[in-house]
Design a protein around this ligand. Structure first.
Ligand SMILES: Nc1ncnc2c1ncn2[C@@H]1O[C@H](COP(=O)(O)OP(=O)(O)OP(=O)(O)O)[C@@H](O)[C@H]1O
Length: 269
């Protein structure tokens, strides 16, 4: 998906919180956003998740299912944790038995199974945050938006969320996150941007291993969406992607109609 010339302000006479934001969020990418307090990170995440619309500009190509962990999770709901998750599963279109199964599975995964029958309003801050994370992962989203989602989780739940993020991207999902700990998913993120003065500044390219794919397509064929390529000497194109994303990209190329031919795959130093 992508944001083009996006701006957001809360009222015609209010200052712009964000302005001129253009951002590519490719399939399978893990994207980190950072910035100072009040810099507009949560606002940008709400625009990406579709919770708010931009005042100007365009947000396009959002995958069909979005999972979103807000900075403040509205925990005071008149439901137990399991009933809340089951209800959300139903909203996502799951049959009841599958919604019940996934609710139990996600609570178990984040170490919150013991609180399944606890009313949401009685959960501790950390347990409530586990439910917040569980609801975002319920529908195996194609877009996962995490606003300081690790805050308040215990060590094993934090590690589980790290694993869930890597799983989502390996499955071709896009993950966008904000976290105040600079070590969070360090070396795994494909892109890293900083918000400064309402604008987005790239921090650095991915620090992790990169893979270069030399692919040759049938005449006139287009690359699968979200892939940037440079022409290869001798024909075809060269694509450089984060190693953790290379399976998704190769799969997309080989299953394109008509399929691409992969001439070489090389790990970059
Ligand atoms: N619903 C709203 N109505 C009015 N102003 C808002 C609203 N939401 C955000 N803002 C303003 O937008 C600016 C950016 O807020 P935002 O929460 O996006 O920043 P942030 O980078 O996430 O901050 P923090 O690191 O403190 O969480 C702030 O000045 C805030 O007051």
């Amino acid at each position: 998906m992508n944001l083009t010339g996006v701006g957001r302000r809360y009222g015609r006479r209010r200052p712009w919180v964000l302005r001129g934001i253009t951002l590519e969020l490719p399939r399978g990418a893990l994207v980190r956003l950072e910035g100072g307090n009040g810099g507009g990170k949560s606002t940008l995440l709400r625009l990406v998740a579709g919770i708010e619309a931009p005042t100007e500009g365009r947000v396009g190509g959002r995958p069909p299912r979005t999972g979103y962990v807000p900075e403040r999770f509205p925990a005071a709901l008149p439901l137990t944790a399991a009933d809340y998750l089951t209800h959300l599963g139903r909203v996502h279109g799951l049959p009841r038995a599958e919604a019940v199964r996934r609710a139990a599975d996600r609570l178990e995964r984040f170490g919150a199974a013991a609180y399944a029958r606890t009313p949401m309003a009685e959960l501790s801050k950390g347990s409530s945050q586990k439910v917040a994370v569980a609801q975002a992962l319920l529908a195996e989203p194609g877009l996962l938006v995490l606003d300081e989602a690790w805050t308040g989780l215990d060590a094993s739940a934090r590690a589980e969320l790290d694993r869930a993020v890597v799983e989502r991207t390996a499955a071709g999902g896009t993950v966008v996150f904000v976290d105040h700990d600079p070590r969070r998913l360090a070396g795994v993120a494909d892109a890293h941007h900083r918000l400064a003065g309402g604008a987005l500044v790239p921090v650095s390219a991915a620090a992790g291993p990169r893979v270069r794919i030399h692919a040759v397509g049938p005449p006139g064929c287009a690359l699968p969406p979200d892939l940037a390529a440079s022409p290869a000497p001798g024909g075809g194109v060269l694509l450089t992607v984060g190693a953790e994303r290379s399976d998704v990209v190769l799969h997309d190329l080989l299953t394109a109609r008509p399929p691409w031919h992969i001439r070489a795959v090389e790990e970059l130093p």
